[in-house]
Design a binder for this molecule. Structure first.
Ligand SMILES: Nc1nc2c(ncn2[C@@H]2O[C@H](COP(=O)(O)OP(=O)(O)OP(=O)(O)O)[C@@H](O)[C@H]2O)c(=O)[nH]1
Length: 406
């Protein structure tokens, strides 16, 4: 039987740790595995939830099987290539985390664990401060996001930064379409050797896409990219998901009125650390300034999100580059203020928890939907709910009972 990812971790990410060391040093009660591990084990065919006293020996058996030779070689090759900054290794590693193949998914977790350990070392060398700056960029379709990223990206690589751009496209989850991926975008930046551009996978759920985006961020950082720009369109819930994975969330707004701005959800403005009014050139300068004033006044009414930073509203043009260096200067001031106060580090810690819970929700729902008893009862109950014969509450109760029955 294949080992689950956490069983492989000891051999790859922590080769010097014994099982006993893992259980004794990482958890408060020696010999007691954390709850998720117990539950995971109990879901493996042939294994019931282990007893407290027998955990160590059960764990021993689980941890004995190692990665196969080719798997070990693949992971070593990817890790070595990644940390030495090879784009091909980064691209292949991201493909591995995007995979739907169950064994490869486990291998991806092993690789990620090792990259995370590597990044932690880098962070300690940096005085405990994160090395890379993660910036989320969102805005309605046509706001000028890709033009903005192209100009900012080129400016940053020109200043010696390594820039990764990850595009999260919620439309790909529901329709299979792609708002961000179909057209040729950021043509100059994509030819820049110090930039790496990657669209999100074109299938799966939003939860799945956000998981792989989080993991892709970790991989990009491991590959030495110090500015990570995560782009998303203002559709669905993807902006909120992106706001939960970055150090700074930037909202891009076009200098247009009424209808075009309707697409911007109120909640997302509250999440913004910086608002950039785009296309501030030619005839659009006047409306851009007006929108800047409107948003500045509106933001005054909102509660401050952090102690060390007040959300600012700026304007810029990707055509003329006017205001672009100033926008980046604002981003750097934000980062400096947040790092100095420790809020950025706190935000990252909180995000780790959000990320974990997103994964749990995604997986639990998947288990639920694939449970044989749920699958059996679902079509009939769904049909009865739509006809109004059974209430949604009762149907949910019945399905949950079917799920939890042994
Ligand atoms: N005048 C002016 N037009 C701009 C500027 N930036 C972008 N545009 C135009 O606005 C349109 C949309 O720009 P994009 O950069 O593709 O916008 P986007 O937000 O990435 O669009 P989606 O990919 O559809 O979400 C294009 O026609 C651009 O040429 C700018 O600074 N000034």
């Amino acid at each position: 039987m294949r080992r689950p990812a956490f069983c492989l971790l000891r051999h790859f990410a922590f080769p010097s740790l014994s099982v006993h060391k893992v259980t004794r040093t990482c958890y408060p009660h020696p010999g007691v595995l954390p709850a998720p591990l117990l539950c995971y084990k109990s879901s493996i065919p042939g294994h019931s939830c282990p007893h407290r006293r027998t955990v160590s020996s059960t764990a021993d058996r689980h941890y004995t099987q190692e990665l196969s030779g080719p798997e070990q070689r693949l992971l070593n090759r990817l890790f070595d290539g990644l940390v030495s900054g090879q784009r091909a290794s980064l691209a292949e590693s991201i493909t591995l985390v995007e995979t739907q193949h169950s064994r490869k998914k486990e291998l991806a977790q092993v690789l990620l664990q090792r990259v995370l350990a590597y990044s932690r070392t880098q962070e300690s060398c940096n005085g405990g401060r994160p090395v890379a700056f993660r910036v989320g960029l969102s805005g309605p379709p046509g706001a000028g996001k890709s033009s903005f990223i192209e100009v900012v990206g080129k400016m940053l690589t020109g200043r010696g930064h390594k820039v990764a751009v990850l595009a999260v496209d919620p439309s790909s989850c529901t329709t299979g379409g792609s708002l961000l991926g179909d057209k040729t975008r950021m043509t100059e930046l994509s030819r820049d050797m110090n930039a790496f551009i990657r669209p999100s996978p074109t299938s799966g759920t939003l939860g799945g896409v956000t998981r792989t985006t989080n993991e892709a961020i970790v991989l990009c950082e491991g590959a030495g990219y110090d500015v990570i720009l995560v782009e998303t369109v203002g559709v669905g819930q993807s902006e909120f998901a992106v706001a939960d994975m970055v150090d700074m969330f930037v909202l891009l707004i076009p200098p247009a009125g009424g209808d075009e701005l309707q697409g911007i959800k109120r909640g997302i403005i509250e999440r913004a650390d910086l608002v950039v009014v785009t296309k501030s050139d030619g005839d659009l300068v006047v409306p851009a300034r007006r929108i800047q004033t409107d948003y500045t006044s509106a933001l005054k009414l909102l509660r401050r999100r952090t102690k060390s930073w007040n959300t600012k509203v700026v304007h810029a043009s990707s055509y003329t580059s006017e205001g672009i260096p100033e926008v980046w200067a604002k981003m750097e001031s934000y980062r400096h203020a947040m790092l100095s106060s420790g809020e950025l580090q706190d935000r990252r810690r909180a995000q780790q928890k959000v990320w974990m819970w997103t994964l749990i929700q995604e997986n639990v729902l998947c288990h639920f939907q694939n449970h044989p008893k749920v699958k059996e009862a679902l079509p009939d109950l769904e049909e009865k709910v739509t006809r109004g014969v059974v209430s949604p509450g009762l149907a949910a109760d019945l399905l949950l009972k079917a799920f939890s029955a042994q």
